[in-house]
Design a protein around this ligand. Structure first.
Ligand SMILES: Nc1ncnc2c1ncn2[C@@H]1O[C@H](COP(=O)(O)OP(=O)(O)OP(=O)(O)O)[C@@H](O)[C@H]1O
Ligand SMILES: [Mg+2]
Length: 241
């Protein structure tokens, strides 16, 4: 089942196309990758899907509902969670309070107890239980990144969008993040991820699309995309230098 459909999606900033007539869909249960050079429009696509920005043109359908123009809180409550490229944790609050914010934001009608239970579940799931009472601003980057994921997961998404959760991590930490992404999918959540860490993307994704100057230049399995001449020319070539 297609849980996300994006058709003819375009967004301009000051006359420049950041996203240009992009089409793709994501099937339920997939880990779907969105890659491309810096400035290709990847984070803008996330902003359009999550409702942070309205598109200029195009149509977005999530779980069969047309969400184009819908407000971010409504889209979140449909079951769409996201992280931000630059971590947006509340640094003065503890790790637990940060996750609780997600839990409270995600569902309209729930008791405080329910939200607290969900918070504990997510802290354990993401390996943050030991950090729970520390101020979010004082924990190492690898945990900051995990906390971003945890806050999004606490909203109980069925589709989770991850924007460069592996950036700045060392190889062991990247491995941990890959394991977490797989575990999230196994728990029944579909994953849409942006990443520059190629071996991670190529290992965890079922399908990938490649953006360049806002336009989709390739789509396929990791094998198809990594052997695509244009993709190597505009992106992967420079990565291996
Ligand atoms: N709110 C905004 N206002 C003006 N221009 C923007 C805005 N957001 C993004 N852009 C521009 O749109 C283009 C695409 O940016 P975007 O952040 O989507 O790229 P990206 O693929 O996520 O890049 P990166 O890999 O560096 O994160 C860039 O030229 C960027 O400067
Ligand atoms: Mg980005």
């Amino acid at each position: 089942m297609q849980i996300l459909q994006v058709k003819g999606l375009s967004k301009h900033f000051g006359g420049r196309a950041a996203v240009s007539e992009v089409d793709f869909h994501v099937d339920e249960g997939e880990i779907f990758g969105l890659i491309g050079p810096n400035g290709a429009g990847k984070s803008t696509v996330f902003n359009l899907i999550s409702g942070a920005l309205p598109p200029d043109e195009g149509e977005i359908t999530i779980f069969g509902v047309k969400t184009t123009g819908m407000r971010p809180n409504k889209i979140c409550r449909l079951g769409v969670g996201r992280t931000f490229q630059s971590a947006k944790n509340f640094s003065g609050m503890t790790v637990r309070q940060n996750v609780l914010m997600g839990a409270l934001f995600g569902k309209r009608r729930q008791s405080k107890e329910e939200a607290v239970r969900r918070t504990d579940e997510v802290l354990a799931f993401t390996g943050l239980a030991e950090m729970a009472d520390r101020p979010a601003g004082g924990i190492p980057l690898v945990y900051q990144k995990r906390l971003e994921v945890a806050r999004a997961l606490a909203t109980q998404p069925r589709l989770l969008m991850l924007d460069e959760i592996m950036a700045g991590l060392n190889p062991t930490e990247v491995q941990g993040a890959m394991d977490l992404v797989r575990k999230i999918r196994s728990s029944g959540v579909t994953v849409l991820m942006i990443e520059h860490v190629m071996h991670a993307i190529m290992n965890v994704c079922d399908r990938i699309i490649v953006l360049h100057h806002g336009a989709k230049i390739a789509e396929g399995t990791p094998e198809e995309v990594s052997s695509n001449k244009t993709v190597i020319e505009v992106y992967l070539g420079e990565m291996t230098q």
